[in-house]
Each structure stands twice: as C-alpha cells, then as structure tokens.
Design a protein around this ligand. Structure first.
Ligand code: NAD
Ligand code: IPM
Ligand code: MN
Length: 365
C-alpha cells in the first residue's frame, strides 16, 4: 500500500467547512482503492490559535510540516487578527519556505457552472494560470520611513531574481509544450520599467528554446479586458505573483465564482511538500452557516491526487464535480441552490460512485 501523509490545516472561517468535504472525498477514494491510503494529521493553526497563543502556528510548525507528502489548507485570515500578520505567518510563510514557486490555478468553465458572459461555450473558458508564487511583488521587501510625519514615505519593493523569473517561465513553457497549448505572458513593461522589462526579456530569451510553443504577451490591463471579452485568447498563462492573484479572482468570476476556483502551490523539485488550497479566503460573511461551496476545495483535492500520481482519481473527482453542476440538484447558495456544504460534498461522492460503477450507502459521514 502507498501511504500518503497529508497535513491538513483547515484554518479560518469557511476553511474547516470546505476542507471537511475534501477530506471526505479523499477518504472515500482510499476506501475504494486498495493501492492507497491517506494518513491525515490535522493542525489547528490559524487566527483562533493566534488569539490563544499569540502566534499563527507552533514554533516548530515548519519542521512538523516538512515530512508530509502534501499539505491541504482551507483558508487563513479572520477579522480580529491583522491580515498581514495572519497571512505572512502562516500561508505565505509555507509557500515561501517550502519554495512552492508554482501556483497552478485552472480557470475552466465546467458544464453547468454559471458564467456571467453572454454566448460563451464551455470550451471558450479553459485556461491554466501559472502564477509566480515565491517572490515578485510578494517579496515582503520594503521600508516605512518617517512614520506619521509629513514626509512619511512607504516603499514596497518587487523582487524579480533571474533564478526566480527563469524557473517559473520555464515551467510555463514546459507545460505549454507538453499540452500543445499556447502560452501567454502577462506583464506591464510599459510602466514597471525594471521588473516587467526584465520579465519580458526573460520570457523572450527562454522562448528561443521552445520554438514549438506559440506565445503571446499582453500588458496586464489589456489582458484583464481580453479575459472578459475574448476569453478564448488564453490557454496557458504565466504571470507575476500579484497579477496572478488578481487575474485569478477575475477568472474565478468567469468560471462560476470563488466557490469553484481551485489552486495548487507546487514545489516541482519535490524537495518540500506542496500545498493544495482553494483560491478563496475565509469568507467571514458566510462562515459558520454551513453554506460555503466546497467544490473549489474538492477540486484542489483533485489537483493533489494528480500530483501524488493518481491521475485517474483526479479525473473522477473533477468529472463528479461537473456532474453535480450539470444536475443542479445539490448546489450551494452561491450557485443559486439551497444545499448545505456537506450535502454538496455528499453529492460529489455519490457521483463518483456512479462514475466508477460502485454502490455504497449514501450517508453523510
Ligand atoms: P473571500 O474569498 O474570503 O470572499 C470573497 C467573497 O466570496 C465573499 O462574499 C464570500 O462569501 C465569497 N466566497 C468565497 N469563497 C466562497 C465559497 N467557497 N462559497 C461561497 N462563497 C464564497 O475574500 P475576502 O472576503 O476578501 O477575504 C476574507 C479573508 O480571507 C481575509 O482575511 C483575506 O486576507 C483572507 N484570504 C485568504 C486566502 C487564503 O487563505 N488562501 C485567500 C483569499 C483571502
Ligand atoms: C490567494 C490569496 C493570498 C494571496 C492572500 C490571502 C495573501 O489572496 O491565495 O489568492 O494574495 O496570494
Ligand atoms: Mn487571492
């Protein structure tokens, strides 16, 4: 048996609510597939932990996580703890320390998912964002001078190292080559006259090694317009940390909302564990009501399955998710339904059993 050790960090707000459903899906797979087993260890880190202990995670938290095969995270951040503290001491810390420099965010319109655009077909919105996830605008570099004085100046420095820029762009070219899709770089070289001029240059340089890959390069302002009025333009997209953050929420809105937007933080070298998390936050406005949409978290679990080498299972989970959307029966309120979080999760499990042709008691576990 392959035993996979998964560190689960449910986190804040709706985090625990949606992660429960993802774990449910993974547990079912382990029940059905005798090749594999998951060993889940739960870590109660987050804003509540901060209020009690004055820190977001245990002092040796990073060492504890190091030995896992993957991390499954809900969301971090809640009113009461300043966002820059909670995020930098948990989520961003893990992404950085574990060198998860590739953030994979599929923006893919599943059948049955609501799209705010007119006249789009399912295949018109099928993008994979490859967001730089370790430096750039999120380098955490800056200064705060003359605090509170009239001459106060605040600096936030973007850091684009050659190594960091090359590796993400190379990863994107490799992905485009493997899939036979086009590659679009999104940058802003007209105004950001250091970072993005450099980015564009590296994109071009590395492109010489990939003459088989069809490329495009857009400025981020134009790209955000094209995503709305000509989404077909985009297949594989590579972009910086901040632009990728913003454009993937925009993309989420095109593909059914944040409740359907999945993400994976990958350390391609597999030196450190990779982390799988929906791209949405803790949604304090709906937390505690049991109505959060778990499909994004479940889709992220599907990404985890793929990463662990179970492509068939990854596919089954995604197909089941699409089936739930198509039937429009067990949808949560964000998708116009009345189902609870756990009912939506149960429905995914039910569709999985239909797909794999097994039957089992459909009880909420
Ligand atoms: P958010 O993603 O939490 O919520 C934005 C809107 O989308 C809200 O109206 C929310 O109800 C809705 N929404 C989000 N996920 C949903 C789901 N699964 N089902 C149904 N509706 C959903 O963003 P925000 O309100 O800007 O941020 C809230 C907190 O989360 C902040 O502290 C922020 O820093 C943090 N945050 C964390 C992460 C993360 O951990 N990866 C990501 C984004 C924001
Ligand atoms: C995301 C989130 C994070 C980010 C925040 C919470 C720091 O918005 O995962 O998209 O900006 O990366
Ligand atoms: Mn974001």
């Amino acid at each position: 048996k392959n035993i996979h050790k998964i560190a689960v960090i449910p986190g804040d707000g709706i985090g625990p609510e949606v992660i429960r459903e993802g774990v449910k899906v993974l547990q079912k797979i382990a029940e059905w597939d005798e090749r594999l087993q998951f060993q889940f260890d739960f870590f109660p880190w987050g804003c509540e932990y901060y209020v009690r202990h004055g820190k977001m995670m245990a002092d040796d938290g990073m060492e504890q996580l190091q030995s896992f095969d993957a991390i499954y995270l809900g969301a971090v951040g809640y009113p009461g703890v300043p966002d820059h503290v909670s995020l930098w001491d948990l989520l961003l810390k893990i992404r950085k320390r574990f060198d998860q420099y590739v953030n994979l965010r599929p923006i893919k319109l599943l059948q049955g998912a609501p799209c705010p655009l007119r006249d789009v077909r399912r295949e018109d919105i099928d993008m994979l964002f490859i967001r730089e996830n370790s430096e750039g605008e999120y380098a955490g570099a800056g200064d705060w001078l003359f605090k509170g004085k009239p001459e106060e100046v605040v600096l936030q420095t973007g850091v684009f190292s050659r190594k960091g820029t090359e590796r993400i762009i190379r990863y994107a070219y490799e992905t485009a080559r493997k899939t036979g899709k086009t590659l679009t770089s999104v940058s802003k070289g007209n105004a950001l006259n250091y970072s993005m001029v450099f980015w564009d240059q590296v994109f071009e340089e590395i492109g010489k090694e990939y003459p088989d890959v069809q490329t495009y390069s857009y400025l981020v302002d134009a790209a955000s317009m094209y995503m709305i009025n000509q989404p077909k333009r985009f297949q594989i997209v590579v972009t910086s940390n901040l632009f990728g953050d913003i454009l993937t929420d925009l993309g989420a809105a095109l593909a059914g909302g944040l409740g359907l937007a999945a993400g994976a933080n990958i350390n391609p070298e597999r030196i450190y564990p990779s982390m799988f998390e929906p791209i949405h936050g803790s949604a304090p406005d709906i937390a505690g009501q049991g109505i959060a949409n778990p499909l994004a978290a479940i889709w992220s679990a599907s990404q985890m399955l793929e990463f662990l080498g179970y492509e068939e299972w990854a596919h089954v989970v995604l197909e089941a998710t699409e089936q739930v959307l198509k039937e429009q029966k067990a949808l949560t309120p964000d998708l116009g339904g009345t189902a609870s979080t756990s009912e939506a999760g149960d429905e995914v499990v039910l569709k999985m059993t239909e797909i794999i042709g097994k039957s089992f008691p459909t009880t909420a576990s």
